[in-house]
Each structure stands twice: as C-alpha cells, then as structure tokens.
Write a protein that binds this ligand. Structure first.
Ligand code: CA
Length: 587
C-alpha cells in the first residue's frame, strides 16, 4: 500500500470512529446540536434550554407517548436522572447506582449495568443518581459507595473504575460528572457526616487523578500527584480544628462557563449544623464565616486553582447548602452573567468575570433568617432567628427552638432551574416551607451523622408548598408563579417553542406557556416526578423525555410535609413523547 492510500484509509477510519464517539466539540455545542443531548444541563452552562421550536404553544396538545421503559426490580426509589441521547441510544441512571442503555426508537433495553454496592453505604437522602456523562466511547457515572465508573457506551463493559473517597466515612456520590477538555470533574457527597467537600479532576481515558481541590480552608490541594496550594488561609474563618471535619460537600456537581474557562462548583453546609461550634466569636467581620462552605467557587480547570468565591450564607446554621447550580447566561444587554437560586431563599446574579455580586432577590415568600442582602451580597442576618446556643441552655443540651423559613430542604433544593434565551427569564422550581430547628451538643465520630441539630419541617401555606416561578434576572422580579400542592423536586426545561416543562410529585408532566404560566399540556405518568426533562429531534420530529419515580429527600426528611404526601406512589418509568409530523402543523 502506498503512503497516500494508507493515509486516506486511516483518515476514513478516523472519520468513521469519530462519528460514533462523543467529542469535546459536541460537549461544547450540545445546546445547538439538537439531535443529541450529551451533557447534564443540556449544555455545560446548565441553561436547560432547547432552540427547537417544532413543538410549540399551538401544537403541544398533540404531544403523545412514543414509548415507556420500566426500571424494574424491587428498587423503586427516587428517580432523579437526566437522560442522555447519542447515536440512537438513550442512557439513564437509576436508583441504587444502575445505568441503562435503551434503543431510542423502540424503548427496548440494549444493556444494563448494576454497580455492586457494599454493605454500610451512607447515602443521606435516598439512593438516587442524577445522571451520567458521555465522552469518546465511554459513559461515566458515580456510585453510592463514592466511586466513579467508566463503561464502554456500546457494551456496558467496565473500562476503568476509581474511588472518590471512603464510603465508611460517609462519602457517597450522586451527581452527574462534568467533562471539560478531557477531564472528568466530580464533587463529593456526605455533608451530614463531617466529610470535607472537594472537587476532583481525572483523565477521562484512564481515570487517573489530575488534580484535587478541597473547598474548606486549610486543606491542601494536589496537582499531578503532588501538593499544590492550600485552600484559603488556615484558621482565617474557622476556629481551632473545626475545619478538619468542616463539611462543604460539593454534592450537586458543577457547571462550566466556556466564556471565562471556569468550572463553577457549589459547597454545601459547614459541619456540624450547630453553628455555635464553628463560631470564632466575631460574626460580622468575616472571621467566623467558615469559608468556603455555603459558597459558589470558580475553579481553573487546568490546575484546580480557585479563581473566585461567592459565599451565600456565611456562618451558615440552617443547612442552607451553597451547592445549587450556577447557570451561565447573557442578560438582555449582553452582559456575561451567572445566576443561582440558593437553598437560603435568595436568587443571585453574579458577574461571570469574577463571581462579583450584581443583585439578589427573595424567590420564596417568608424568609425569616435574613432581612435581605446588602450591597456586597452579604446577608443582613436576623440574629433572633438563629437557633439558640445549647451551651447557654439551662440543661446545656437543647438550645432555643426557632421557626425558620425556608426549611433546611431549601427555598430550592437540587432540582435544576432553566433559563430561556427566548424570554430572558429563569424558571425556578421552589418550595414554600419552614421548620422548627434547634441546636444540640455534638462531637465528630467517623461515619456517624454530625449535625448537632434537631428539626421538623412544616408547610407555610395550606393550599401549596411547590411553586414554579418565572424570574426576570434583569429586574429581579417574579413574573408569574404556578403553585403546586406537594413540594417540587424535579428539574425544569425551556424551549424556543415557548414552553416550560416540569413534573410534580403528583405525577403530572406539564408544559406551560413561558410568558403566562398557563398549563398547555399535561400527562399523568403514574408516579411522582423528581427527574429532569430533555428534548431532541430525530427524523424531523421533536421528542421529549422524563423519568417518573417518586422519592428523594422529601419522604425521608420532610417532617409534617412527608406525612402530608405519604399517599404518593413509588414507581420507575422513563417516558418518551413525540410530536408526530402530521400533527406538527395542526392546531
Ligand atoms: Ca446539607
């Protein structure tokens, strides 16, 4: 064979291989490549917006089921996954660390992978998983025993496997990994066990750790197997040795802002919940802030160095984890912005360049722990709403009980909001609830809950807890609200067709008018929806998928709210809907 022929043959082979493999380019352009969904968030900016408008306000009433897929078995727990779609295959993760590959046209299973989980795993908030990541010929996901597994996407065979951390110490993993420039980037779960939040980046082809960045001050990062830099300044905002078990779990994963080449991860509550044990004595000079817990953190993907941070709840004491997703977007004037809706009840707009504070507004109605947010983005604490110090109690065991709102499950929890490039608004799944909360003494013990708090969640209103809110990020006003009886716990998606999709624990999958909140279509899925919708096009038709399967943290931790919704049925069905060509033009 002469050199020219060999080169052509190799070129053809490379082209053939490239067709079936997921590339960095596909990840970067996932939003505009409408025949695929290869990233969590429908784009690494997590906008969850599709430019497809085949399905629109006029014809959405013609959306019909195409197929449904049962997750089977006895493992009917919360199903929080976002499906991925590539090359004729849909990939979903399921409860108990399962992963399925499904034929996109028929709904028939191609293969299934069940992670073998050890006895003694410590997932705090149901045995859920929120999704996988695709790259090259691999599909990658995290498991409840704090491991990460890469499978061949065509066969389900294990390619590599690695340990994120020690499940016996309370670590676990539930978020979708994020892939940037050949690195698979993950956080960790276990914030209720006194673990230390961290972000890790591995070579996607080998699983080898490239860098690690702990998110609690005093801990040392690594790069290429060696110590890199310390996170923050030792003891600047933490007293004594409390930072060593300081929490800040990065359990919801992260986003990637390509405009500034920045990974953005959130850190959960500082540990323990009892904030008096982490109190350096000065509350308003920053020395007791417990960085970088309850913060959003901008990280350089090349070396794991922290570029900036924005702390939503300094000296946090209500379990207001700072993990909620940060969405990269441009506002109506073209400014590069970031937005996030925090557990603490406030919606924040930040400058994409440096995480600088731009504005904030409450997105739930009855916030009691703070009067508002000052011009620097710092909360104006209502000190009377801080749960009392148990060491000051007569018996030294139970501090003063306060009723605080929102509840520790948050004005918004993990369930992702969506941004619409069509309206310029965010669509935020929120909950109106509060809690009785008090503090107790506690000391750290490996693998045991490390809270120092007791609590009971209560609804704030008789007629609803859930509330989907359309928020204008430029004026910081709520444009409309759609109320729901049960607390919302699933993700939202917007489309260029003017639709907002989300599901309810009552099992309804809904399409709303993005300008008015009017319900244009709904479908009863048979169990509660706590999953995340996607849409894509295939053979000239637009498809929508959602997983149905009630569970998650609410039935386990919801107190009086859990009792109120205890009638809801468990399940495990992946639904796919289609707008038939002949009905796309019909009205
Ligand atoms: Ca937490």
């Amino acid at each position: 064979m002469n050199k020219f022929v060999a080169t052509v043959a190799m070129g053809l082979m490379a082209a053939g291989a490239a067709q079936a493999e997921v590339t960095e380019d596909m990840l970067a352009n996932d939003q505009s490549m409408t025949n695929q969904v290869v990233t969590n968030g429908m784009g690494r900016h997590l906008q969850r917006y599709s430019p497809l408008d085949t399905l629109n306000k006029d014809n959405v009433k013609n959306l019909v089921p195409a197929w449904a897929f049962s997750l089977g078995g006895e493992k009917q727990r919360g199903q929080e996954t976002q499906p991925l779609v590539y090359d004729g295959v849909m990939y979903i993760t399921g409860s108990y660390s399962r992963l399925y590959a499904i034929d996109i046209k028929t709904g028939k299973e191609l293969w299934q992978y069940d992670a073998r989980l050890p006895e003694g795993i410590l997932p705090c908030c149901d045995v859920i998983n929120r999704g996988a990541a695709l790259y090259g010929d691999k599909i990658i996901f995290g498991t409840l025993d704090a491991r990460i597994v890469a499978l061949n996407k065509d066969t389900g065979d294990v390619v590599w496997r690695d340990k994120i951390d020690d499940y016996k110490a309370g670590y676990s993993y539930t978020a979708a990994p994020l892939i940037v420039n050949g690195l698979v980037v993950t956080g960790n779960s276990g914030g209720e066990f006194g673990i230390v939040g961290s972000v890790q980046a591995r070579d996607v082809n080998t699983g080898d750790l490239v860098w690690e960045r702990p998110v609690i001050e005093g801990h040392m990062g690594t790069l290429n197997g060696e110590e890199s830099t310390m996170t923050g300044t030792l003891n600047a905002t933490w007293p004594g040795d409390m930072w060593k078990t300081g929490g800040g779990a990065t359990w919801l994963g992260g986003s990637y802002d390509a405009r500034t080449d920045t990974l953005i991860f959130g850190a959960g509550n500082p540990a323990p919940w009892n904030s008096w044990l982490r109190d350096a004595g000065q509350n308003n000079d920053g020395s007791g802030d417990n960085l970088y817990a309850a913060s959003r953190i901008g990280i350089n993907p090349a070396d794991g160095e922290i570029k900036w941070h924005f702390q939503t709840t300094p000296r946090e004491g209500w379990d207001y984890d700072g993990v909620n997703e940060v969405v990269a977007y441009n506002d109506r004037d073209g400014n590069q912005r970031l937005a996030t809706a925090d557990r603490n009840g406030f919606f924040y707009v930040l400058d994409a360049a440096d995480g600088g504070f731009v504005g904030a507004t409450p997105f739930v109605k009855d916030i009691s722990w703070a009067e508002g947010i000052d011009e620097n983005g710092r909360p104006i604490f209502n000190e009377a709403n801080r749960p009392g110090d148990p060491s000051k109690a007569a018996d030294g065991k139970k501090g003063e009980v306060v009723f605080a709102s929102p509840s520790f499950l948050g004005g918004k929890n993990w369930m992702p909001m969506a941004f619409s490039q069509r309206t310029g608004n965010f669509y935020v799944p929120s909950n109106e609830w509060g809690m009785d909360i008090w503090n107790e003494p506690v000391s750290y013990k490996k693998g045991a809950a490390y809270l120092g708090s007791g609590f009971t969640i209560k609804p704030n209103y008789e007629d609803h807890i859930g509330s989907l809110k359309a928020i204008d990020p430029d004026t910081l006003e709520v444009v409309w609200e759609a109320k729901n009886d049960a607390p919302l716990w699933g993700g939202v998606m917007t489309t260029a067709g003017g639709l907002v999709f989300y599901g309810t624990p009552e099992g309804e999958f809904l399409a709303l008018d993005d300008e008015t909140g009017e319900v244009l279509w709904s479908f009863q899925t048979g169990s509660g929806i706590v999953g995340q919708p996607i849409t894509w096009e295939q053979d000239g038709e637009q498809y929508v998928s959602i997983i149905s399967g009630w569970g998650g943290a609410v039935p386990l931790w919801g107190g009086e709210v859990a009792k109120k919704v205890s009638y809801l049925n468990q399940g495990g069905l992946l639904w796919t809907f289609r707008l038939p060509k002949e009905l796309a033009a019909a009205n």
